[in-house]
Design a protein around this ligand. Structure first.
Ligand code: CUA
Length: 343
């Protein structure tokens, strides 16, 4: 029996360590550090339930402790009034208060009275990445939702395959994405920054690696992002008047890299706006070089990781739809140079 308190203490310690691990580090996904309207409402409600729950627990366990130490004294001290108050009236008050707050939180997170002119961002889930479209601005991107800070935007959520769920713990509650049906949610960030999001419904082998980021910009910076991202890809060319050999070599490599892309299987699945590549199965690559991550938040976006992803996508993220690229080394390097130019 003497091991029981020691084991209990160890369990509490391990749990505390786990909880400390949640919500720290660069890729924070924490509901207890809200940075937006919806998440603020959710954590407020959670705190109410925590406080009420702890108070009830202390009273019940306290009452049991008192009863334990009153052995021998079996005469009932409280009558039907105590049973009615503690067993019916107080629980009823708690249920009504918590329900009222739930309704207020629902109104906060899913308001009915937001104007019709709210900015709409379409988010389509795929196994295992996110397609992001700004229908009013002609922008298509992937795995990054850019929003202006302090503005409530409306996400229209769909799925192309199975049920997924979108969740940005620091900004809002989660909403399911169901094939053949449209859901909506509101998203707002109070401070500029990068907030990590996660698929929150088991959707297959790489469910855990189906991440994304929300980047909240100052409004002017956001307009700049929309402006840049709505442009077609820059077209590589060789300047006949260029005489610096290094610059010329770079231009030649860009043109070659473009040719490699357009003549390989990349074009069946990926689009680069302004070119003949118009595939729609995989992420749009028009501004791939400006994105922070590859493979839906799995890799930092840099040349080395892009090379690794092209050569062995199944080794990095088994079960995703991307086939391996079997290009000779020099063609692969030219392709990487071209992809790096798509800012
Ligand atoms: Cu998509 Cu889990």
């Amino acid at each position: 029996m003497s091991h029981v308190p020691a084991r209990a203490a160890l369990s509490v310690l391990v749990l505390a360590l786990f909880l400390t691990a949640c919500g720290t580090g660069e890729r924070e996904q924490s509901v207890v550090h809200p940075a937006g309207h919806g998440a603020q409402a959710v954590i407020g409600h959670w705190n109410t339930m925590l406080i009420v729950g702890v108070a009830v627990w202390v009273l019940v366990v306290g009452g049991m402790a008192v009863a334990l130490f009153r052995r021998g004294d079996t005469e009932a001290r409280r009558g039907p009034l105590f049973v009615a108050v503690a067993g019916a009236i107080i629980p009823a008050v708690i249920v009504v208060v918590v329900m009222a707050q739930s309704i207020m939180v629902l109104q906060e997170t899913n308001p009915m009275d937001v104007g019709e002119d709210a900015r709409i961002i379409e988010v389509e889930a795929h196994q295992y990445w996110w397609e992001i479209r700004y229908p009013d601005d002609g922008v298509v991107t992937a795995n990054e939702i850019h929003i202006p800070v302090g503005e409530r935007v409306r996400l229209e959520l769909t799925s192309s395959d199975v049920v997924h769920s979108v969740w940005v713990p620091q900004l809002a509650g989660k909403v399911d994405m169901i094939p053949g049906s449209a859901n909506t949610m509101w998203l707002e960030a109070d401070e500029p920054g990068t907030y990590w999001g996660q698929c929150a419904e088991y959707c297959g082998l790489q469910h855990a690696q189906m991440r994304f980021i929300v980047v909240a910009h100052e409004p002017a910076e956001f307009d700049g992002w929309i402006e840049a991202t709505s442009q077609p890809a820059s077209e590589p060319s060789i300047d006949p008047d260029e005489d610096a050999p290094e610059v010329l070599a770079h231009q030649e490599e860009l043109v070659w890299g473009r040719e490699v892309f357009m003549s390989s299987s990349c074009v069946y699945c990926h689009a680069i706006q302004g070119t003949e590549a118009q595939g729609t199965l995989g992420p749009d690559l028009t501004h791939i070089a400006s994105r922070q991550t590859l493979a839906a938040g799995v890799l930092e976006n840099n040349r080395g990781n892009m090379a690794g992803w092209l050569i062995d996508p199944q080794g990095i993220k088994f079960g995703n739809e991307m086939p391996a690229t079997d290009l000779p080394g020099d063609e692969l390097q030219a392709l990487l140079t071209y992809l790096e130019s798509l800012e």
